[in-house]
Write a protein that binds this ligand. Structure first.
Ligand SMILES: [Zn+2]
Length: 169
């Protein structure tokens, strides 16, 4: 006899489920909420809409924070000014994904990478996707450049950058 580990509770059989022995109710939940990006990230998103990547500089440690933050956690003080950085950078780390968000298989892999942005302090950057490159060609420290959506399609979101493509040929 097969030994089966059972969890606490009363299991429902397939027949019981199909015959709707147990009642169930569908209920849609109305959740209302407001979310504010804050001054630093709002400025960052506005910059993206204009095709610019913006950071915040702390004039004490002279670091340029990208994505920008209103507060320098190293100096325990507010950051001082906006700095436009380049839309190029290098790959800090990356991952090649063959599955979608719903765990279904992708025909073409998605390459996700952390990009360190040129002009920002070392280690500063953000997660994005790569394009115009085969997964086998991607490597850490590879130089990449942002490929922007056309101006009239930008909405002030990180997806205003379609992807980053290699600068190397
Ligand atoms: Zn600082």
């Amino acid at each position: 006899m097969e030994s089966k580990k059972t969890l606490p509770g009363t299991p429902i059989t397939g027949a019981e489920w199909e015959n709707e022995v147990y009642s169930f109710r569908k209920h849609s939940v109305q959740l209302r909420y407001a979310w504010d990006a804050g001054s630093a990230v709002s400025g960052f998103l506005e910059g993206l809409k204009e095709g610019r990547i913006l950071g915040r500089r702390c004039n004490r440690c002279m670091r340029v924070l990208v994505p920008p933050r209103a507060f320098c956690e190293r100096c325990f003080r507010s950051t001082d000014e906006w700095v436009e950085v380049k839309d190029t950078g290098k790959i800090n780390t990356y991952s090649v994904s063959y599955v979608n968000n719903d765990a279904s298989r992708r025909d073409k892999p998605l390459i996700v990478a952390v990009i360190e942005i040129d002009g920002a302090s070392p280690g500063m950057g953000f997660l994005h996707v790569l394009g115009e490159v085969e997964p086998s060609k991607v490597h850490v420290d590879m130089k990449v450049k942002a490929v922007w959506k056309p101006r009239d399609e930008r909405v002030g979101a990180i997806t205003d950058i379609k992807y980053f493509k290699p600068l190397e040929v």
